[in-house]
Design a protein around this ligand. Structure first.
Ligand code: PAZ
Length: 314
């Protein structure tokens, strides 16, 4: 059943009411409020970057789950660029996915980066010295200046509860706040109260699971949680023929300020920023080997955010 406003508020309420409570909610809120207070009182812009995929547990004592694809690379690279542009970043990320400042480290950094010349010393391999030095220095600087707050999630339940906490905590920051929603969020889930507690038994033939649709939280974020925030959502497709059409539809439906459209196989080379002022293709500078698409993307988004803030004050 939908509410009169058509936003599906009933579905949203029942999603949250039936979700398992967020662990350490008070601790998260305390960190979040301190971070927002520190940065907003200094006049700094604050962006919430979401990153990585959400899981959908199939059992309450979860052994099996459905996952959404995302390495977290986009969110991590974008976070670095936002910090460079002067923003404070709440990095809401899937545990175990790519982290800011660690993109140039090997996948298993501790095992690959270090060596023991003797029993009491540890050294970084010459081949990784530069990458480790930059990762440690940049990350420590961002955290020491209170410019980076990392909050991990795993399940769709944790992600949406944390997004709501962040959005409502940022409400008073108004136009100087931004949501940059690069996480790959499940469209379907098993409602907690219909989920079996224990591991699903095998051996009795094929498994039938009925997945419910995850209520669309983007409308609620825009209208209720943080209506004055600048909001960028993402659209991923594997069929390039429908990508722009889908992104344009999402722009109209959720009233976000722009939708970043990307195709799975080319997502590291180019994206299209779809907005009411037209579509802009943003590419990686292919003549510069170090260049990543997020360098140009964040420049454009920051520019658009500046215009939005100016217009909000007039
Ligand atoms: O995390 P990653 O760098 O591997 O990929 C980024 C992405 C494709 C998940 C992101 O750009 C994106 O499109 N997120 C939204 C996905 C969606 O449509 O649900």
């Amino acid at each position: 059943m939908s509410s009169i406003s058509g936003l599906g508020e009933d579905e949203v309420s029942s999603f949250f009411e039936s979700s398992p409570p967020l662990k350490n909610k008070e601790g998260i809120l305390e960190k979040l409020n301190g971070f927002i207070e520190h940065n907003s009182s200094g006049g700094r812009r604050i962006v919430c970057v979401t990153s990585g995929g959400t899981t959908v547990p199939l059992e309450q004592r979860c052994v099996r789950y459905i996952d959404n694809f995302s390495s977290g690379n986009r969110g991590a690279a974008s976070t670095e660029n936002f910090v460079k542009a002067g923003y404070a970043v709440v990095f809401l990320y899937r545990s175990g996915t790519c982290q800011p400042y660690c993109r140039s480290l090997p996948d298993d950094p501790f095992l690959d980066c270090f060596q023991f010349p003797d029993k009491t010393n540890i050294q970084v391999h010459a081949s990784h010295v530069e990458a480790v030095k930059m990762a440690v220095m940049d990350q420590q600087a961002a955290v020491a200046e209170s410019r980076l707050l990392k909050l991990p999630f795993t399940t769709i339940y944790e992600y949406l509860q944390m997004l709501r906490l962040i959005a409502t905590a940022l409400k008073d920051v108004g136009p100087c706040s931004m949501f940059y929603l690069a996480a790959a969020v499940s469209d379907f889930y098993v409602p907690w109260n219909t989920m079996t507690e224990h591991k699903i038994e095998s051996g009795s033939g094929p498994l039938d699971i009925r997945l419910a649709q995850v209520p669309k939280m983007l409308s609620i974020l825009r209208t209720t949680w943080a209506p004055k925030a600048f909001c960028i959502s993402f659209k991923l497709e594997t069929d390039s023929k429908i990508l722009i059409e889908k992104a344009t539809k999402a722009l109209g439906k959720y009233k976000v300020h722009a939708v970043v459209a990307n195709e799975l196989s080319t997502r590291k080379e180019e994206v299209v920023v779809v907005s009411s002022s037209g579509n802009v293709v943003v590419r990686r500078d292919s003549d510069k080997p170090e260049s990543i698409v997020e360098d140009n993307l964040i420049r454009l988004i920051v520019d658009r955010h500046s215009t939005y803030i100016k217009e909000s004050h007039t």
